[in-house]
Design a protein around this ligand. Structure first.
Ligand SMILES: [Zn+2]
Length: 136
């Protein structure tokens, strides 16, 4: 880790279920009860049909590497180089995150590689969902 702390997410009433899940080691998504759309980030209505009949469920935590950049400049809480990645989840939504557990190089970070969620505890309230290569 470099100097300083990583920016801490601030849960809101709309995102509290997500952070409660992360703290419990679960990646939680929302699904529309009307049109079945699965979506992220959290919001109280369906982005597809605007219905407010939505529910929260535990996602598989599996996905694949859709896109990434490797960041080389120091930022509080990060030791460069580190990846800023977009992971496409098995359930469909894409999530911005970091890839951990492998070298932060283009050789190690292959597009479409299989990933699984892992949680990094920041404090008693916040655990961050990061992704690591799925063990074969
Ligand atoms: Zn819908």
């Amino acid at each position: 880790m470099s100097e300083g702390r990583r920016a801490r997410p601030q849960p809101t009433p709309e995102t509290q279920h997500f952070w409660d899940g992360a703290r419990a080691g679960e990646l939680r998504l929302q699904r529309c009860n009307v049109c079945s759309k699965v979506y992220f980030p959290p919001r109280p209505f369906c982005p597809s049909c605007a219905s407010r009949k939505v529910s929260v469920f535990k996602a598989s935590g599996k996905g694949f590497l859709y896109s990434y950049v490797i960041h080389h400049r120091p930022v509080p809480g990060f030791t460069p180089p580190y990846s800023i990645a977009v992971v496409e989840l098995e359930e469909g939504p894409r999530m911005m995150t970091n890839i951990v557990g492998c070298p932060q190089t283009p050789e190690a970070l292959e597009l479409d590689m299989k990933l699984e969620v892992t949680f990094q505890k920041l404090d008693d309230d916040i655990s961050l969902p990061l992704f690591r290569p799925t063990k074969a």
